[in-house]
Design a protein around this ligand. Structure first.
Ligand code: AMP
Length: 509
């Protein structure tokens, strides 16, 4: 059957929704699409000096949590032809400083809560900081007309998560943004009747593109949380408020623990039914262990849809909406995304179980690393493929991510092993709640497989020998970790991703 999907730009879509439909709600107030359009257009005008038609790619930072202000400011910056630089409000000052100066930010917006910290940082860099209060704008849209930014205009500058090295500024254009949104609207059947909670950090594609922009492009309703608030979320779920849900694996882990701890009462049943009632629940941004897929299905009946993407490309692979979803895999390329696996000789690999680096091409692929032409050049092949740095295999039509080539592919005794594969097996052990597998230099093995594990609070004493025996029963001998280290919790970034270089530093001897 031919798809009826119409490609349209993000702003065209936004302009078309019925004004009275609710766009955003924060639990106390609502903003409908007519109000949102007025507010962000007004905000765009306030960014321009009289006579100015466009910000011409000026970088403007947002030091704001998810909320009305954040949304209005983001859309307003885009509408005025600026580049939005959303920063993590919970990040240490030195990292905010790094981002502000690297991106050449000229203005920044914050709120009262984050004003004090932002003030001193911006003052040090000579960047004017303004309080963002878009709630009370009651002026009508002025007659002044400003042009919409074209598809090649830069829109967004996001910093990579820096789990493997120093964060780089990833620049995406309005054309990229439209492509990244459209592919998800089509693949995941977004609709104006959808209602989605948004509790993800707002300096990352997951929250910005997959949730905020897709929902606004679809004319759907977003319930905004300033941060992850499980009681408020569960209340909304129990009331069957939401149709769609997107989270990182660590959020599912937290919710599984909470559901495990709940007594079998009416409230617990209503929460599980509320999750079961949604039309789609998605996991991504890090590998979702099979044990999490299984536990989630047991509690809610939902089969999670896992997808794969990154800051530079938005989303690239997704399990199907209609067909079977396979835990531990990330499905097939999304509409409009070209993808291949490439070996170390730069040749495309075909057939099942042959590992290769994921290379991606398409209108979703970013423009450049900000002011870093060398890094941009190094990351593209001569014929324009973006080299992701992730290794995958194909298994009966579904891609399986083996991990980042720089940290997750461990070369031990002449074999290459995937850290993600070993982690997924270790998490099947009843006493292990978290784990990270890394390679550490070793005289005998070149690299030795080391597993850092966090044990269940109620777990008794677990000897390394017993663990190794258990591992041998479920993985090939060369994959069994040579060393085990225990921690109370693993170091993670704001997206819940384990920062493996920190572990490697800690345990390399
Ligand atoms: P970021 O740019 O912060 O979104 O990080 C992107 C990286 O996260 C990718 O390059 C992958 O290494 C990893 N990633 C994203 N989704 C998945 C997934 N479903 N499974 C495994 N790794 C993933």
């Amino acid at each position: 059957m031919a798809s009826s999907f119409q490609p349209q730009t993000f702003f065209d879509r936004l302009a078309a929704h019925p004004g009275e439909d609710v766009a955003l709600s924060d639990g106390r107030h609502c903003l409908n699409y007519a109000q949102l359009r007025t507010l962000f257009y007004e905000f765009a005008l306030t960014l321009l000096v009289p006579g100015q038609k466009s910000l011409g790619g000026e970088r403007i930072a947002l030091i704001l949590p998810a909320g009305f202000n954040y949304t209005v400011a983001l859309l307003g910056i885009w509408r005025a032809g600026g580049v939005a630089v959303p920063l993590n409000v919970n990040t240490p000052p030195n990292e905010i400083m790094y981002a502000l100066s690297t991106a050449g930010v000229t203005r920044a917006f914050t709120d009262k809560e984050h004003q004090q910290v932002s003030d001193s940082l911006c003052a040090e860099l000579g960047i004017p900081l303004e309080l963002c209060d878009t709630h009370n704008t009651s002026e009508t849209i002025s007659e002044r007309d400003i042009p919409l930014p074209g598809p090649d205009a830069r829109a967004l500058l996001l910093f990579t998560s820096g789990t493997t090295n120093k964060p780089k500024g990833v620049v995406t254009t309005h054309g990229n943004l439209t492509a990244q949104v459209n592919t998800l609207l089509e693949a995941w059947y977004w609709h104006a009747t959808d209602v989605i909670p948004l509790f993800l950090p707002m300096h990352h594609v997951h929250g910005i593109i997959n949730v905020l922009c897709c929902a606004l492009a679809a004319g759907a309703r977003i319930e905004i949380f300033e941060s992850f608030d499980m009681p408020r979320l569960f209340e909304g779920v129990a009331n069957k408020t939401y149709t769609l849900f997107m989270a990182v694996p660590t959020i599912y882990v937290k919710m599984i623990k909470a559901l495990d701890d709940l007594q079998e009462n009416q409230q617990a049943i209503a929460i599980c039914q509320g999750f079961g009632n949604m039309r789609l629940m998605i996991s991504g941004s890090a590998a979702c262990p099979v044990s999490v897929h299984t536990a989630w299905k047991k509690h809610t009946g939902q089969v999670l849809l896992e997808r794969y993407g990154m800051t530079e490309i938005g989303m690239a692979l997704s399990n199907p909406y209609h067909g079977p979803r396979k835990p531990g895999t990330v499905g097939q390329p999304l509409p409009g995304v070209e993808l291949m696996l490439v070996n170390e000789q730069n040749q495309a690999v075909t057939g099942d179980n042959n590992p290769g680096e994921i290379w991606v091409k398409g209108p979703n692929v970013f423009l450049e690393y900000w002011e870093n032409p060398q890094a941009t050049q190094d990351t593209f092949s001569e014929d324009g493929w973006f080299k992701t740095g992730d290794i995958a295999i194909l298994e009966t039509g579904y891609y399986r991510i083996m991990g980042r080539s720089s940290v997750d592919i461990i070369k031990t005794g002449g074999e290459k092993v995937s850290a993600l594969e070993i982690e997924s097996v270790l998490l099947e052990h009843k006493d292990i709640v978290e784990c990270a597998v890394i390679g550490v230099p070793d005289e005998t093995w070149g690299e030795a497989v080391l597993a850092v594990i966090v044990l269940e609070e109620s777990a008794g004493v677990l000897s390394v020998d017993a663990l190794k025996v258990w591992c041998k029963s479920c993985m090939s001998g060369y994959k069994v970790p040579k060393r085990f280290e225990m921690m109370r919790a693993l170091p993670r970034n704001a997206m819940g991703k384990i920062t493996k270089p920190a572990l490697a530093k800690l345990f390399t001897r």
